[in-house]
Design a protein around this ligand. Sequence first.
Ligand code: PMP
Ligand code: GLN
Length: 383
Amino acid sequence: MPPITSRLPGVGTTIFTVMSQLALEHRAVNTGQGFPDFEPPPELCERVSYHMGAKHNQYAPMAGVVALREAIAAKALRLYGRRASPDSEITVTSGGTDALTTSILALVHPGDEVVLLDPAYDSYQPIVELAGGRTRRVALARPGFGIDWECLAAALSDRTRLLMVNSPHNPTGACLDAADLDHLATLLRPTRAFVVADEVYEHMVFDGRPHASINAHPELRERGVVVSSFGKTYHATGWKVGYTIAPPALTAEVRKLHQFVTFATASVLQYAIADFMIAHPEWEAELPGFYQQKRDRLVALLRPSRLTLAPARSTYFQLVDYSALSDLPDTEFALELVRRHGVVAIPVSPFCAAPPPGERLVRLCFAKEDATLVQAAERLARI
Ligand code: PMP
Ligand code: GLN
């Protein structure tokens, strides 16, 4: 074999895969990797079977099944007041990951700078590297993980090609509000930077707050790509169906990539999701209440423990501070948690270029049955 020169020499196995593997080995409660341990709505699964029988088993159109793109357009108009053309502005992708990858590869040229806000979801940096770009990582402000506007302003320059924004934010559970988006628009106005907005947790914002989507921001939505994922919205992370919404010229570039990265996304799943979206427009409005109850349950269950926390404002992740329990760095603490205490948590430092020294935070996923949350909390309280 000729010598291999890795395109991603610094990349190992993702922290999610590592921790889920350990969960199996140690028969631990898996409150680590973000996936529900409950099923999608039965009616949605029934529509998948139906469409298999209805001969929808061949390639879908490259940009996505028309009925699904129309359902996404109807949702974007209903929830965010955005009139997006199913023909030229909406593309169905194989999960949020495909949407993010194709968007970054479509926008970033060798030598371009891309600003990531730390902690940043793990898939952004490697794709920027593949595109030949360089990342500038700007730490979110502690303790609330809002944007540090001064640091962001200092990081933007005429070399900046792209700003990645993730709201609701994994792993911190923070989210931006409408004033933040205005601030962002003002900062970006004099630059040539695009925005890729990772909004895969768009329907998990709590305590009565609205989700401030870039879809609803007339200026920002013109300079970027909004990414979402049905995996999160319909408790079906294994299906890997997501989408992008972007102005026609950007969508054309995203599709050039999408057609060669995967070409098209699983047909039956697209038809089934379209049916369910049309039949259940109330689903998105009910999801925040569903997950808020789970968040509140986890927060209450953790009260007897020595963990400290501020309830997550969004996503299905809760950060907990374990400084009262241990001085170990977060990855070592997470390894000890799974090995000695049978609970999986995700450390925050793998999401950061330079984790603040002394930060003692791990992430728990509350997209879990009550029994799972109870078991995890009991084990955590015993430490
Ligand atoms: N972005 C963020 C912030 C995520 O947490 C995830 C998934 N866990 C994704 C993107 C990827 O979404 P998908 O699973 O649909 O590829
Ligand atoms: N995004 C999920 C999480 O944050 C994991 C997805 C993955 O394993 N790639 O837990």
